[in-house]
Design a binder for this molecule. Structure first.
Ligand SMILES: Cc1cc2nc3c(=O)[nH]c(=O)nc-3n(C[C@H](O)[C@H](O)[C@H](O)COP(=O)(O)OP(=O)(O)OC[C@H]3O[C@@H](n4cnc5c(N)ncnc54)[C@H](O)[C@@H]3O)c2cc1C
Length: 477
């Protein structure tokens, strides 16, 4: 099969029959639901790029595993160049869709499993790596999109999994059978789970003795019986359903809650089961890879925001205004710092025993902390430049209304030679860039909350080496 086209990707989703609910209703036609389709279109760009001359070399590469061309979103990095390519493709896609393309999380799980399953086998003589490699071959050969089922709903945050009053607050194995396991629980904020072929589950936190049943990793098709996708609300979502006030190109993001209502997983798809000390390794690897991914796509999103701000300056007549030009500079340097950290994390990457390359954790986490603060600042600067209509532009339905439409167009006009329709479209884009909650909240919480990034930096940094350097300079032996 090899690299899929966008059409083949959409068709492959059409053939799946996931159980999904949204706004109180069961959804049967996932692909043709306008809300979900906007998210699927976003992920579809990762297939479309493979067909486009301009981007093909960036996204298609050779897999040493199956020795065929594959989409990069199925390839655990085999070199520093692969690590760097992850960042570049994410930036390019972020700029192209102006939101989350939703395919990096699954790749980050594949990268994680390609390192940790090998490490577990070394210690316990298990065969998780072999199972994972079979799964990876299947993903690569069929150019599949995977999601990341990492975040458990977690119940009382002060309690470990096995001490929760309700035992299902962290996904767990409720039964071990000869042919596989039965799992129960729920994973929250599952980016694009209905745009995916496969759901990959990893533990969400470090586990300790007593948490064995919660220490589990596996992969199952997104339409496996017992798996229920409940699509959440997002700030602009009914616009897609109503078919108005969307803006011109319709890409978007959605993050269902995924309920595992006693789901069967065959043993050949289980990649961790009870080895508690390896949960933390999975969490650290996944979150580091994912934080590096964000540095690429979010710098691409700022590129898009800069483009929107500059265009609004042209449309509003402020292109030469000094403080606006300064604010554009402030947006650009934020994008470049994010990108720089993420690239640096790649260039400082190292080969792991399994052969997969892993990024520099401290630099990847630094990139993510920067993102959490600076995406908000870049958004603030963009809104400052564009003006108040970002918040309350009249609806397309009023603009099309024969009684008042001409008045709205008259009063929304700014620079003489700019069609008012273009100014309206650009305001819609800016509104979406600033306020699409499913994407903007991920600047802060995606890949773990900010405190998790900070703790990782503290844990991974060479503190003793720094103390020693200071003591030497102070003349202390
Ligand atoms: C848009 C979006 C997309 C996402 N996509 C995915 C995805 O595709 N897959 C996936 O698995 N996850 C995804 N996530 C989940 C994301 O990783 C989590 O939101 C994040 O880890 C925070 O977890 P939480 O939302 O449960 O918040 P909480 O863990 O409840 O955190 C809330 C606050 O409480 C603090 N806190 C919580 N527990 C403790 C404690 N014990 N001690 C001290 N402080 C504590 C946190 O530091 C934070 O400040 C996504 C999130 C968002 C917002």
């Amino acid at each position: 099969m090899g690299v899929k086209t966008k059409e083949e990707y959409i068709q492959s989703l059409r053939e799946m029959k996931p159980t999904a609910y949204m706004f109180g209703e069961k959804i049967t036609g996932v692909v043709d639901n306008p809300r979900l389709r906007a998210g699927i279109e976003s992920t579809a760009t990762t297939y479309e790029f493979a067909e486009m001359e301009e981007y093909r070399d960036l996204i298609v590469t050779e897999s040493p595993l199956i020795q065929e061309p594959v989409n990069r979103f199925t390839l655990p990095p085999q070199s520093i160049e692969d690590l760097v390519a992850r960042v570049k493709i994410n930036r390019t896609l972020g700029k192209y869709v102006g939101t989350c393309h939703q395919r990096c999380t699954g790749l980050d799980c594949l990268c994680t499993l390609s390192i940790v399953t090998y490490d577990i086998d070394q210690k316990y003589g298990t065969n998780y790596y072999e199972r994972f490699i079979e799964f990876l071959k299947y993903v690569q050969k069929n150019d599949l999109t995977c999601n990341a089922g990492v975040t458990d709903v977690k119940g009382d945050r002060s309690l470990p999994p096995h001490e929760q009053p309700d035992k299902d607050m962290y996904l767990r194995v409720v039964e071990r059978r000869d042919d596989g396991i039965i799992v129960r629980g729920a994973k929250a904020h599952q980016t694009g789970s209905l745009s995916c072929h496969e759901i990959i589950v990893l533990p969400t936190r470090a586990m300790r003795k007593g948490d064995e049943e919660y220490t589990v990793a596996f992969a199952i098709p997104a339409d496996t019986p017992g798996l229920i996708h409940v699509v959440g609300r997002s700030s602009l979502d009914t616009r897609e359903i109503d078919g108005c006030d969307i803006g011109n190109v319709n890409y978007s993001k959605y993050c269902p809650t995924l309920i595992f209502d006693d789901v069967f997983v065959p043993w050949e798809r289980v990649f961790l089961c009870g080895e508690v000390e390896f949960a933390v390794e999975m969490v650290v690897r996944f979150s580091s890879f994912h934080r590096q991914s964000h540095g690429g796509c979010k710098s691409g999103k700022i590129d898009c925001m800069v483009g929107a701000a500059l265009t609004m300056m042209d449309y509003n007549g402020t292109a030469k205004v000094g403080h606006h030009r300064q604010k554009v500079i402030d947006m650009i340097h934020r994008a470049e710092t994010l990108y720089g950290c993420s690239l640096a994390a790649s260039y400082e990457g190292k080969k792991e025993p399994s052969g997969t390359y892993f990024i520099d954790t401290i630099l990847a986490n630094t990139s993510k902390i920067h993102e959490g603060r600076e995406m908000a600042e870049a958004t603030r600067l963009m809104i400052d430049i564009c003006g108040g209509f970002v918040s309350d532009l009249p609806s397309d339905q009023d603009i099309d209304n024969p009684e008042i439409g001409h008045l709205i167009k008259k009063y929304l006009k700014a620079v003489e030679n700019v069609p008012v329709e273009n100014r309206i479209k650009m305001f819609r884009l800016v509104e979406k860039l600033a306020m699409e909650s499913a994407d903007t909240i991920s600047d802060i919480h995606g890949g773990g909350s900010p405190e998790a990034h900070r703790m990782t930096i503290l844990r991974e940094s060479d503190l003793e080496g720094r103390k020693k350097a200071a003591k030497r300079l102070a003349g202390i032996k």
